[in-house]
Design a binder for this molecule. Structure first.
Ligand code: DGJ
Length: 729
């Protein structure tokens, strides 16, 4: 998978689907040559030296290299202050206060498999034969600094992962101001740029724009990957659509501040850089110490955006998520939040559990409000002891009600937060992230605990494990409802303060590593006021995430469509809630709400105990339907067919790995008089097979090429149709 041609000084990473080529130029400059569709053998060498074009593109100091300029060359890890004026991959400051650094090739090694990253979540392999890793060491001998660039190529995935480690090989401190995880240079610029910006209850809104000249930055300064942006960018050819065309996609495996920049220079070349946001970041690298950057995942697809998504889905489901739930069907849960908010008692919960059980629900989740005096969002975060006023028998009474009925029991926590009205705050008024002596901003009336401090983590770990050790809990919803402000850690030396945001994330990862290892039987769900920290790093610890606090079936179409660009359905939690919807007031059919929620990892958030409701049989039928198709939805291949961003409709489908079964979802947003028929061409079926669908027997190739009329019975706003396909002989 990885070859080094010592004559041409060329590296070629390849599998059946992709190639990634780099070359070491005279002088040791490591340049990027190609990344994309598989090339059998790369025969050309780089034209050298490049013409300097003008004195405004400076030449390297070595006179033997004549007109060579770094300013114009595609590079692997472009330097700081040494003649490349584009976005830099790194910025280091040395003891003398200066920055200029040029990294050149020193040596490399090729190793089987994929080494783990210390302290950081990353994709992995289960056997060394699954991947090969190339470590290239670059050095600036005068600065006594080395950077090890690591590239892993999987044998059978169109994926290359990258990361960088900085080693201080000298005897003076180096201040790291910027350490990007990867740089990708392209010698052209005719791309569309795809991103997933969002807001609370409106997450992952797909945006596509033609890439213009200049620097385009997607970032987070919030201390979390955030609701506002996903650490993701894709560049695709303008003619690329869901089904065909080239895409280069980059996804950063990190939960904190990130920065992704796409720069188009004056010569129509494009540079993509991704890594930890240099904003409020500085790392003091002591002599002999190393700094490890998080992982960047690169996916190349020549099968359009569905091809890109398919690669991400398989990678994240199979080699990012881990633990016993990775390959297991996820339980259908009922959650009390939208039904009770903080206002419940044991009777009310037992009633909900009883009704949920009768309808086929498998897991009951007790959300916020079960601890100390938590009757509103102004109090008690940090005091993880049960509120005996609400639950006189403790949590054990509720857990028993579920377990006695054969259901599982799950619990909500928000471990990284503290309320000022809490025993924890009264005992430790300086345990939150803040600048000593300076006023703190509030978010949802709460402060953020300083997870960069081991003693803070230890106390929360102690409180959580006291509960998790005691009770038959098989699910935890881990929430995070505000972002960081006034980022500093009390007691940390002044010259280390700018490490706080990253140390916070490292502390969080350490906590999660310990917690998930201690409770392999617990399914952890990642939540952040919806999807405020739904990123690949969190998926490493928690194999599913709450996709949005917006449970409206129609608003969710765009949210789930955007989310599906990167994450498989098993990771995207979606609940059926009441109508009118509590976030947007929209009235929708129960069947539509089920169709949207059943397109992900299904849950129920309904007041099932209401005496006069008539829809319970339909709820039971929806749950039964989901159980019958759960394996296909959670572990099948997913294809988007019609975009709610481009049309008044939305459609997607799931196909089983053996292509014997498929499930088609169609949604009409607004109805109109005399609307044209909708004929959908299906995707991913076996063209040679025959499928039974809606009482008809239809050839796979006909369904994929001619299509299927899908709008029968569709006659009002916000309507869905779900069709099941099964191969017959
Ligand atoms: C935000 C979450 O997204 C909701 O589902 C719910 O758990 C609330 N927090 C509870 O405070």
């Amino acid at each position: 998978m990885i070859e080094f041609d010592s004559q041409k000084q060329q590296f070629h990473l390849y599998n059946d689907q992709i190639s990634y080529v780099m070359e070491v130029l005279p002088g040791g400059y490591l340049v990027h040559v190609y990344s994309g569709k598989r090339i059998r053998r790369f025969a050309q060498s780089q034209p050298y030296p490049h013409d300097g074009r003008s004195s405004f593109s400076p030449n390297v100091p070595d006179k033997r290299l004549q007109g060579f300029t770094l300013d114009l060359w595609p590079q692997e890890y472009p330097g700081d202050g040494a003649g490349d004026y584009r976005e830099t991959a790194f910025e280091f400051t040395y003891a003398d206060g200066t920055n200029a650094t040029t990294l050149t090739y020193d040596h490399h090694e090729i190793v089987a498999g994929k080494p783990r990253l210390t302290g950081l979540p990353a994709t992995y392999v289960e056997a060394d034969s699954e991947a090969q890793t190339l470590n290239i060491t670059l050095k600036d001998a005068l600065r006594h600094v080395a950077v090890v660039l690591s590239y892993t190529i999987y044998a059978d995935r169109n994926v290359v992962t990258r990361t960088a480690r900085v080693d201080n090989e000298g005897d003076t401190l180096i201040r790291l101001n910027k350490v990007m995880s990867g740089c990708f240079d392209f010698t052209d610029s005719d791309y569309d740029m795809i991103q997933l910006p969002g807001a609370w209850a409106n997450e992952k809104q797909l945006r596509r724009d033609h890439l213009a000249a200049g620097i385009h930055v997607l970032d987070s300064k919030r201390g979390a990957s955030s609701v506002a942006q996903q650490p993701f960018i894709a560049l695709c050819s303008p003619n690329t659509d869901e089904f065909q065309g080239e895409v280069h996609a980059f996804h950063f495996v990190y939960s904190g501040n990130f920065r992704i920049a796409a720069e188009v220079d004056a010569f129509d070349q494009t540079r993509v850089l991704a890594g930890i946001n240099p904003y409020e970041f500085e790392w003091q690298l002591e002599p002999g110490a190393s700094f490890q950057a998080p992982e960047l995942v690169y996916v190349y697809s020549d099968k359009g955006l569905n091809g890109m998504s398919n690669t991400f889905h398989h990678l994240y489901r199979e080699r990012l998520a881990h633990g016993q739930y990775r390959d297991a069907q996820r339980p259908i849960l009922a959650n009390n939040w939208e039904t009770t908010y903080f206002n419940f008692n044991e009777d009310k919960l037992v009633d909900l559990i009883d009704n949920a059980h009768k309808l086929g629900v498998e897991l009951f989740v007790l959300d916020d409000g079960w601890f100390k005096k938590r009757n509103s969002d102004t109090t008690s975060l940090g005091d993880w002891q049960v509120d005996r006023d609400k639950l006189p028998q403790g949590l054990a009474g509720v857990a028993k009600a579920a377990v006695d009925r054969g259901m599982q029991f799950g619990l909500w926590f928000e471990p990284e937060m503290i309320s000022e009205d809490s025993d924890l705050f009264r005992a430790h008024p300086d345990w939150h992230v803040h600048v000593a002596g300076y006023p703190s901003s509030r978010g949802r009336n709460q402060l953020v605990l300083d997870f960069s401090r081991p003693e803070v983590r230890a106390e929360i770990f102690r409180q959580m494990t006291a509960i998790l050790d005691e009770l038959p809990i098989t699910y935890v919803k881990w929430d995070f409802n505000r972002n960081l402000t006034e980022v500093a850690s009390v007691g940390r030396a002044a010259d280390h303060q700018k490490e706080t945001a990253h140390r916070y994330i490292l502390g969080l990862y350490e906590f999660l590593e310990k917690l998930t290892a201690r409770y392999p039987q617990i399914l952890f769900e990642n939540c952040s006021g919806g999807a405020g920290r739904f990123d690949p790093a969190m998926c490493y610890y928690m194999p599913q995430s709450w996709a949005s606090d917006n449970t409206d079936a129609i608003a969710r179409l765009k949210i789930q469509y955007g989310t599906s660009l990167l994450y498989p359905a098993s990771m995207i939690c979606a609940h059926v809630s009441e109508s009118p919807n509590q976030q947007v007031g929209r009235i929708t059919d129960l069947s539509t709400r089920f169709a949207t929620a059943a397109s992900g990892n299904l849950g129920i958030m309904m007041d099932l105990g209401q005496k006069d409701r008539t829809d319970l049989p339909e709820v039971a039928a929806g749950i039964k339907f989901y159980k019958a198709h759960r394996q296909l939805i959670q572990f099948g291949d997913f294809y988007r067919l019609l975009s709610p961003y481009e049309t008044n409709d939305c459609a997607w489908m799931f196909v089983s790995p053996d292509r014997k079964d498929a499930l088609l979802f169609f949604f009409q947003i607004l109805n109109s008089a005399s609307r044209p028929h909708v004929k959908l061409r299906l995707w991913g079926l076996d063209p040679a097979a025959t499928y039974e669908i809606d009482g008809l027997k239809l050839p796979g190739d006909e369904l994929m090429n001619y299509g299927l009329f899908i709008d029968a019975g569709i006659n009002h706003d916000f309507q869905a149709r779900v069709l099941s396909l099964h191969q017959v002989n």
